[in-house]
Design a binder for this molecule. Structure first.
Ligand code: LLP
Length: 433
């Protein structure tokens, strides 16, 4: 469910007309619904009924300060993967004490920053990393709280580039090896064992792989609790969102019309499947979802530059490009594309929706059927709240896009479009040229 709807044929985010936002701040612009994020967080938090749950929002999905402040205000901790992300949480006055620090290549400086700011735990991916954490904690004269990331070797049945819990991925430690690692850890002076972690992949469409992974982990987690007194089990993130029916899936009717067997994963089905497996552990459960919380809460608004006809095809050239939203080029992802003004009297158009960047992968959709739109008109790429702006770049010397947050009938610019001066601010032409 989300809060993007047509009212009088004009697409709104909550009570704000998206065209009004575009008029004020130009395009391409990401627009987020604060209420959708709050609803999603709330549903996740309540998905594992009766369990002690902490949501650590995976901020890699969308790390804008306003989003962090909003989710932090609602009680979220954060799943952090870099010094920059730790600093962002601090800058947004988020709670580092309820946050975890993950990632396969934490530097000494990053580990120090996390520890100095009272991180809840570091999620450890390898033995060399443990030794490094032990060393840094030693120099600070403290014990570092850690959990080991286990790779449960489960097929997440998602895109190869975002599957992480299979043997052969760079992530985590295998179940077979894990016992020895925990034994070794217990002997390290500056490490305090707090928990265990897993994450099998992103954009999972059903509960099956989550269940399989948790089932594989449970006997080991029980052992860890008994032998080392661990207090939490982080089951990672990865809950998928609806991309192809994005607009329609914002309503309860859409969900109600789906036969139970065809319903995509939701916090409720996830909770129903996992609560019985997790409850007997009697541990705190950490959830690290990113996409689920923000994905359907954002759209990318873009303006049509031209409708070009070539080689028997239509190309709708828009002012957003792969630098603004890399997902279609990188993961062949599907984003529903809708006009900001719906006009049912218009003809249908089948077109490739492309950006102006000089490579063929700068394509948001191939042979997509859309309402005919012309130069200057506005369209929205749906479900762009996760891994949209956070993966944006300046490729082709294009400025980073603007971001706007909507709540009810209020909206505000939360990130101004980058200026050319900001883009080149750190560059310097050496004196020898
Ligand atoms: N926890 C860990 C350890 C992770 O590696 C990730 C995501 C998450 C949590 C959050 O996963 P989520 O709930 O958002 O699925 N750029 C890709 C997605 C990469 C996900 C990386 N890890 C995309 O645009 O689809």
């Amino acid at each position: 469910m989300h809060h993007f709807r047509y009212t009088d044929q004009n697409l709104h985010c909550e009570s704000v007309e998206l065209a009004a936002v575009a008029r004020l701040y130009g395009t391409p612009t990401y627009v987020y619904s604060a209420t959708t994020m709050a609803d999603n967080l709330h549903r996740l938090k309540n998905s594992l009924i009766g369990l002690d749950v902490q949501v650590c929002y995976a901020m890699k999905a969308n790390s804008s300060l306003a989003v962090l402040r909003h989710l932090g205000n609602l009680g979220a901790g954060f799943d952090l993967v870099s010094g920059g992300e730790i600093r962002r949480v601090i800058a947004a006055s988020g709670d580092v004490h309820s946050s975890v620090f993950a990632g396969v290549g934490k530097t000494e400086d990053e580990i120090r920053l996390a520890l100095e700011n009272g991180i809840f735990a570091l999620h450890v991916e390898s033995e060399p990393e443990l030794a490094r954490i032990n060393h840094v904690a030693g120099t600070l004269g403290i014990q570092a709280p850690v959990a080991i990331r286990i790779n449960p070797d489960v097929d997440a049945q998602t895109h190869a580039k975002i599957t992480t819990g299979k043997q052969g991925n760079k992530f985590g430690i295998s179940l077979a090896q894990a016992k020895l690692v925990y034994e070794a850890v217990a002997k390290l002076k500056h490490i305090s064992l707090k928990g265990v972690q897993m994450h099998i992949g992103s954009q999972l469409a059903d509960t099956g792989p989550f269940v399989e992974a948790v089932k594989k982990m449970v006997p080991f987690v029980e052992e860890l609790k008994r032998d080392y007194g661990i207090t939490y089990f982080s089951i990672g993130g990865g809950m998928g969102i609806i991309y192809p029916d994005a607009l329609a899936s914002g309503t309860q009717e859409w969900w109600d019309a789906k036969p139970a067997a065809q319903r995509p994963v939701s916090p409720e089905s996830y909770g129903e499947a996992l609560t019985p497996l997790l409850a007997p552990l009697d541990l705190k459960i950490l959830l690290e979802h990113g996409r689920y919380i923000v994905g359907n809460a954002g759209v990318l608004v873009t303006r049509v530059e031209h409708l070009k006809r070539a080689g028997g095809k239509n190309f709708l050239v828009v002012d957003a490009a792969m630098n603004d939203l890399i997902r279609p080029a990188m993961y062949d992802s599907y984003h529903e594309i809708v006009p900001l003004h719906r006009d049912t009297s218009r003809r249908a158009l089948v077109a490739d929706v492309v950006g102006p960047i000089c490579e063929s992968s700068d394509c948001f959709a191939k042979d997509r059927q859309l309402q005919e739109v012309g130069e200057g008109e506005l369209i929205a790429l749906m479900s762009a709240g996760a891994y949209g702006f956070s993966m944006a770049s300046r490729y082709n010397s294009r400025s980073l896009p603007a971001e706007v947050l909507v709540k009810g009938s209020s909206f505000e610019l939360i990130n101004a479009r980058e200026t050319f001066e900001q883009m080149v601010a750190n560059e310097k032409i050496p004196a020898f040229l």
